[in-house]
Write a protein that binds this ligand. Structure first.
Ligand code: NLE
Ligand code: FE2
Length: 321
């Protein structure tokens, strides 16, 4: 049975950290949220009290979303609508020459379907779009999650997604994920079948893994799906969500350093989370990104293998040592 995989039969002590096994477990994700202590003290997003109150108001609504039920709509203010419109059009303009084709192609498709140019999209509509395209689903959350929860959710093809919008006075760069980052950055990637599958694979690897390897997986997620680049016709293009969602990051992308991605080296590298990236890691092609991450995944030691059962919608163990 289920418990035997997770617990030592004699002692009933879990042999691996808890992870969501089924749809019901997914509902409880987001409760461990840890506050990022590195928060940039000078950014208006953390210093403006009026902004903080509005952010909390939306975060409360998101927190109450029960996975599987309709995601609550947010009545965005005129100022929030204006921030979205302004930054969206700049992102499109600056992103076009710098971002990977497979990202741009998906963004254009969603943009048309959901009218990104004209208004702030609602998560419930995006959820419906993603479900139809790749079977990815959205769970609304109130802020940045622990690495474990965020990655574990991916194992169930669930993307935990914030709904508040970055500060209007400095929309070029948000020091924490916000709706613009999630929607403009991540959604086009989850709408891509291969990237959706890769995300789920990383998620499955993260389930039950010990803390050190979890943090290495989180770092690799950062250097690929958040800030990764790959060559396209000999030129390095960005495909990571954090590049695509920030005009500050796009401006930096021209002048930053590039290094060839090697998961066995870069899994232990540190990176800034409150300022633009000093270095972007690239692969020769997107296929190479997938291959490299798979190779790394195979090197991880876990007491059992896991696969996702699409019919029963739960994770099942393959081998128990
Ligand atoms: N720095 C990103 C942006 O401005 O869109 C958000 C945080 C990404 C981890
Ligand atoms: Fe992100």
């Amino acid at each position: 049975g289920r418990d035997e995989v997770l617990t030592n039969k004699n002692s009933k002590i879990p042999i691996v950290p808890w992870f969501p096994r089924d749809e019901n477990d997914v509902k409880s994700l987001g409760l461990l949220m840890v506050v990022n202590e590195e928060n940039n003290q000078y950014h208006p997003q953390f210093t403006d009290q009026e902004y903080r109150e509005r952010r909390e108001q939306i975060a409360k609504i998101s927190e109450q979303h029960v996975f599987g039920q309709k995601i609550p709509s947010i009545d965005y203010t005129q100022q929030e609508e204006a921030t979205w419109k302004k930054i969206y059009s700049i992102l499109r303009e600056k992103g076009n020459p710098l971002l990977a084709k497979r990202y741009l192609k998906n963004l254009e498709k969603i943009e048309k379907a959901l009218g990104f140019k004209y208004k702030v999209p609602q998560l419930n509509d995006i959820d419906a779009y993603l479900r139809a395209e790749t079977g990815f689903r959205i769970k609304a959350t109130h802020g940045i999650l622990s690495q474990r929860e965020f990655l574990n959710a991916l194992a169930h093809r669930v993307f935990c997604c914030t709904q508040y919008i970055r500060h209007h006075a400095y929309p070029e760069y948000s020091p924490e994920p916000d709706l613009i980052h999630e929607v403009v950055g991540h959604i086009p990637l989850f709408a891509d079948k291969e990237i959706a599958d890769l995300s789920q694979e990383i998620g499955i690897l993260s389930c039950g893994v010990e803390q050190k390897d979890l943090s290495r997986l989180g770092t690799l997620y950062w250097f690929t799906l958040e800030f990764g680049a790959c060559k396209e016709n000999g030129q390095i293009k960005g495909y990571g969500a954090g590049i695509a969602s920030s005009t500050g990051e796009l401006d930096n992308f021209h002048i930053a350093n590039y290094e060839k991605f090697d998961p066995f080296i870069h899994a232990d590298r540190t990176y800034p989370t409150q300022i633009v990236q000093p270095t972007y890691l690239y692969c020769e092609s997107f296929d190479e990104v997938i291959q490299e991450l798979r190779m790394f995944g195979q090197s991880l030691q876990k007491p059992f293998g896991l696969y996702y059962d699409f019919v029963e919608k739960e994770l099942k163990a393959t081998k128990v040592i």
